[in-house]
Design a protein around this ligand. Structure first.
Ligand code: KG4
Ligand code: ZN
Length: 351
């Protein structure tokens, strides 16, 4: 405890960000340290799992130290250590998880393992301190609908309480972010592709090159993005073989419009089905400008409130993990120190 507040240390290493953060009473971010490996993986055009693990190992202690010192707390102040235990690159998850368990044991603090996607949902609950040290509060609380769109996941979730989640729909093949990254590679934009596609799409005409929208069966809230990615690749090959120039901005805009149309339609259907007047967004693709603008329009039409966290809390971070850990610990208590790391993990698994 510090100043009567419950202090949580969160740790996240499930992909290519080594992150540690400290929150007070779950929601208030006291520090949020992220060491990104983008430069390391850029040369390979994507995340290399073995290299990611090795980098986590060299960075993790310094990142945790920086999170504690920036939050101006010591190990004595920490009430809980929470860490992503899956889903993710299992070797990468293991580095954060082993470290979290070790520091929790050494400092005699309780430990909880956190589902990474629950972290992305909890990113919408985070408050930051303004320059006067006062908390900027916002009122997002369950129940609500959550859309998590990241490099590994595309999920529509019925968030019934801070700890009860029901998956309404998810991708059957590629995640939305994966499609962005693959299309970016095809356009020669490099890694990570999402922000680059976002930037050039703003210069293009979304009507100029049309790609198929895949809605699946009537009433399904699932997604499929592998067809859109293939459609883009086929279009580019055909154009090049015919000796025509490919306008990358138009292709990016057309691709983005096809993803956004499908995601918006499914989110609208989920809002109607759950009857919730609130939608939160999370995951790296939630930073996408066309998606944000469209979701604002959809929510206005459905008289629903939309909350999208600032970009730094949309992509992987440990503040969202600390927040999820806090609510999970309050509801279910600590996890066993024997907890494993998981590449895949059902949303409702208790640990
Ligand atoms: O949530 P995140 O940091 O990591 C995962 O848990 O996957 O999401 C990373 C993904 C990448 O695929 C990246 O290309 C995508 O989010 N992304 C974007 C944007 N910013 C990041 N996609 C579209 N538009 C963006 N502005
Ligand atoms: Zn993520």
């Amino acid at each position: 405890m510090k100043n009567g507040k419950f202090v949580t240390l969160g740790i996240e290493t499930s992909c290519d960000e080594t992150a540690a953060a400290v929150t007070a009473d779950g929601r208030t971010v006291l520090s949020d340290i992220i060491s990104s490996q983008i430069d390391v993986h850029e040369a390979f055009g994507g995340v290399v799992p073995e290299i990611a693990s090795r980098h986590h190992l060299t960075q993790i202690n310094a990142v945790i130290g920086a999170a504690l010192s920036e939050a101006e707390v010591t190990w004595r102040d920490i009430d809980l250590v929470g860490c992503t235990c899956g889903p993710g690159l299992v070797g990468a998850v293991l580095i954060g998880l082993s470290t979290a368990k070790a520091v929790a044991y050494a400092a005699s603090k309780p430990f909880v393992g956190v589902h990474h996607i629950k972290g992305h949902v909890c990113a919408s609950y985070l408050n930051t301190l303004n320059p006067d040290g006062l908390t900027e509060l916002h009122a997002i609380r369950p129940p609500h609908l959550a859309l998590v769109v990241s490099g590994g996941h595309t999920d529509l979730i019925d968030v019934r309480s801070y700890t009860e989640y029901k998956l309404l729909g998810s991708t059957r093949d590629d995640a939305a972010g994966e499609a962005f990254d693959k299309v970016a590679r095809a356009l020669g934009l490099g890694y990570p592709g999402g922000p680059k596609v976002d930037a050039i799409a703003a210069e293009g005409d979304p009507e100029s090159v049309k790609f198929k929208r895949v809605y699946l069966e009537e009433g399904s809230l699932d997604f499929s993005f592998s067809g859109i990615k293939t459609g883009v690749l086929n279009y580019m090959n055909t154009e090049r073989q015919a000796g025509r120039d490919v306008n990358a901005c138009d292709v990016a805009a057309g691709f983005e419009a096809s993803v956004v149309d499908v995601v918006a339609a499914k989110a609208r259907a989920a809002l109607r089905r759950t009857g919730y007047g609130k939608l939160t967004m999370g995951g790296g693709v939630a930073a996408n400008s066309m998606l944000r603008a469209r979701m604002e329009a959809v929510c206005a039409e459905e008289s629903a409130e939309l909350y999208v966290p600032p970009p730094v809390y949309c992509t992987d971070n440990a503040a969202m993990i600390a927040c999820a850990a806090y609510y999970q610990y309050r509801a279910d208590g600590p996890s066993p120190l024997g907890l494993d790391a998981y590449a895949t993990l059902p949303l409702n698994e208790k640990f």
